[in-house]
Design a binder for this molecule. Structure first.
Ligand code: ZN
Length: 507
């Protein structure tokens, strides 16, 4: 038989029973459940993280192409558009920075006749600042601790030290962690943002910044024309400290312990070159899809599935973002297709939120919350996923904040999948690191899933197909699928009981 005809017949045979009236709803659910496969998830992650979509930096053509491909898939499966003007897209103003090849950081050590130049390795020792200005600088390096000026806290790391025309070296975050002392941390929170630190360095006249962030890429920062910065790991930091009479690790410990600045001029000469192009006027998108519930009253209530579609684009070279976060997109696709393919009965409605610009400051989820297609008080919950494609275990953040919601998910796993799945309490006080954080602040009960147990290659070019473990995606897709079906058809689905436990924290 001709292959095409055979395929067509097979398709007809599989599709035929869907439209007959006598399919038992429970059979439909189980059939759809079993149709969710690691092969499909794997293939979708491969497609999404391929060079075709150029790493999906929001604002770029690669991101837009990926959003269009995803919209087409949702359309084919019968998921309704839920974005602006009858489309799948929810648009917002956006800007982005491209990082091209040709970047470096070098340490210049003077010797009697000339100098020794230490070159550092891209990825192993440094990563370009993903929103750096473009250009080449050479200057003395001043260590400024966390780069914080907080007079009201009696803590100014730029006090009595001149950084004008120099390069500052600084730590990420704040000297206090939210896990240690939540009350105290709230006062420091605003100083933990990357944007604040970079802009504070600019304000004090620095011309560049060496950010002790580890050699990973992160476009969640400010762009200041001409201000050059780079992310580095321990090797570069320790080389800059070498001969200063100070040990980096000990200085950091002291700052944390006494909350007193330890800034000093390292007298080291460093040159940095970053080749970037900033686009200040672009459009970002969320991709939104909807499955309307069948119950005339309950359909007003919406269960959201969420995961960010974007990643880091090119940062010197392609950063594919297979685990972060093509994996979540693939799982949401698997669930969407399964729910539609067998006409699974859903009394309540389901919304699919593929957020844009998560990597550039958790922007898409903010846009969604400001303009939700269904009011937030009719939004039962968000099941968010971020980094769910590499590992053999699962964690659901905030299950202890929302025990009734968590019960549905735990029960789906316990009955049908049996994957190791843990949960915990989330105070969600730090700067937003997940789309889920914004929903919790907006009083939407939220669980956020991630996978762990194998290397994740976070924000480096190694986050590619090599690290993907497809079975974890099949399992999580099946857990989410069953959880969603159960919530959609439950007599009661009210999860806001403990919402007071989450604090807004952005004062
Ligand atoms: Zn992510």
């Amino acid at each position: 038989m001709n292959f095409r005809i055979r395929y067509l017949l097979l398709a007809l045979i599989t599709i035929a029973p869907l439209h007959s009236q006598d399919v038992n709803p429970e059979d439909a659910v189980l059939k759809a459940f079993h149709a969710i496969s690691s092969h499909d998830c794997h293939a979708w992650v491969e497609k999404i993280s391929s060079p075709e979509f150029t790493g999906r930096l929001t604002g770029t053509k690669g991101f837009n192409d990926c959003a269009a491909w995803l919209s087409d898939s949702l359309n084919i499966w019968g998921v309704s558009p839920w974005g602006d003007d009858g489309t799948y897209l929810q648009a917002f103003d956006h800007q982005y920075t491209l990082v091209k090849p040709g970047n470096y950081i070098k340490l210049h050590i003077p010797i009697r006749k000339g100098e020794i130049v230490l070159n550092y390795d891209y990825v192993n020792e440094f990563m370009p600042g993903a929103t750096s200005g473009s250009g080449e600088i050479m200057a003395e390096v001043v260590y400024v601790g966390y780069g914080i000026s907080a007079p009201e806290l009696g803590f100014d790391e730029y006090e009595n030290i001149d950084v004008r025309g120099k390069i500052v070296l600084m730590e990420r975050e704040a000297p206090l962690s939210p896990n240690k002392d939540m009350k105290k941390f709230k006062k420091w929170r605003k100083y933990s943002f990357h944007q604040y630190k970079l802009e504070n360095a600019v304000k004090h006249g620095a011309i560049g910044m060496i950010y002790n962030y580890g050699p990973i890429s992160n476009p969640n920062n400010s762009y200041v024309p001409g201000f050059i910065y780079v992310h580095v790991g321990d090797i570069v930091v320790n080389d800059i400290f070498e001969g200063s009479g100070r040990v980096h690790e000990e200085i950091v410990k002291k700052i944390k312990k006494n909350l007193r600045p330890r800034s000093f001029n390292t007298r080291k000469q460093v040159s940095i070159k970053m080749v970037t192009e900033h686009v200040s006027e672009a459009t970002g998108y969320n991709v939104l899809g909807f499955i309307e519930g069948s119950d005339p009253i309950l359909k007003e209530e919406v269960i959201l599935l969420g995961g960010h579609l974007d990643h880091l684009g090119y940062c010197h070279e392609l950063i594919p973002g297979a685990n972060d976060n093509a994996s979540a997109v693939a799982i949401m696709m698997a669930v969407a297709r399964a729910l539609k393919s067998e006409n699974v009965v859903l009394k309540r409605s389901i919304g699919f939120c593929f957020f844009g610009a998560e990597e550039q400051g958790v922007v898409g989820s903010k846009v969604y919350l400001e303009n939700p297609p269904v009011p937030l008080d009719q939004t039962l919950c968000l099941l968010n996923m971020d980094g769910v494609g590499a590992g053999d275990k699962l964690f659901a953040m905030a299950g202890k904040n929302f025990p009734t919601l968590w019960k549905f998910i735990k029960s789906a796993n316990d009955r049908y999948v049996h994957r190791q799945l843990k949960t915990g309490y989330s105070s969600n006080l730090a700067r937003p690191r997940l789309d889920a954080a914004r929903f919790m602040w907006a009083n939407v009960p939220t669980l956020s899933f991630y996978a762990y147990g194998t290397p994740s290659a976070y924000h480096t070019p190694a986050d590619n197909m090599d690290i993907i473990t497809p079975e974890i995606m099949e399992d999580l897709a099946r857990i989410i699928f069953m959880g969603v079906v159960d919530i959609a058809n439950a007599e009661q689905a009210q999860f806001r009981e403990k919402i007071g436990a989450t604090s807004k924290g952005d004062e």
